[in-house]
Write a protein that binds this ligand. Sequence first.
Ligand SMILES: *Cc1c(COP(=O)(O)O)cnc(C)c1O
Length: 234
Amino acid sequence: MTGDLTTLAGRLAAVRAGIDAACHEAGRDPAEVTLLPVSKTFAPEVVAEAASLGLRRFGENKVQEIQLKAAALAAERLEWVVIGHLQTNKAKAVAALASEVQSLDRLDLAVALDKALQAQGRGIDVLVQLKTSHEDSKSGLAPDDLMGFLGELRAFSSLRVRGLMTIAEHSDDEAVVRANFRTVYQCRNRARDAGFELTRLSMGMSGDYALAIAEGSTEVRIGSSIFGARNYKH
Ligand SMILES: *Cc1c(COP(=O)(O)O)cnc(C)c1O
């Protein structure tokens, strides 16, 4: 990697180069892989700087943070993508502000989101989050339950189901991480065979995006490699 990693522009360029290199390595066209910058914990001013570099869509895992940033940056007309575990009582705020939800993992959340979206008269793209790692801290639907869930989601006209998302196990063992991504890829293929039009696979983060691209990811969610180390206040 080249460039000045002390600036946001330099880190963004390095990540883009890394994605291109991973695509090249995997024999894939870089145009097939979208970058979703993950701005969680970073201040609105940082997001504004990212927006000035041409980024328009940002991944966030807390609804309160989206509310804060959407208000502070209203003039920028940015898109907010929910990637974190969602409580059903947040559905109204999500329906008002989010362009997309990648962490749809259960029926009661689909019910709440659809109801709130119907009230707003709008629809959004959603990805179903699959739990592929064994870590208790990670949420998501069990892969075995995917087909049934996709069938149930047909009832919700405001939720446009576009694909799948996962967070791989935090592991130094590449085989474990790859296996998590492969599970999602295979689930997508089975769902397609059953007639569900799933085109998007959101998988890969700063530490594992090259593996995710090798396993068929169409969207990588990158936080720390672009914005720097996160400083959690809790
Ligand atoms: C924080 C987060 C990311 C980005 O993680 P980095 O390791 O900082 O790139 C991606 N996906 C989800 C769901 C996240 O919560």
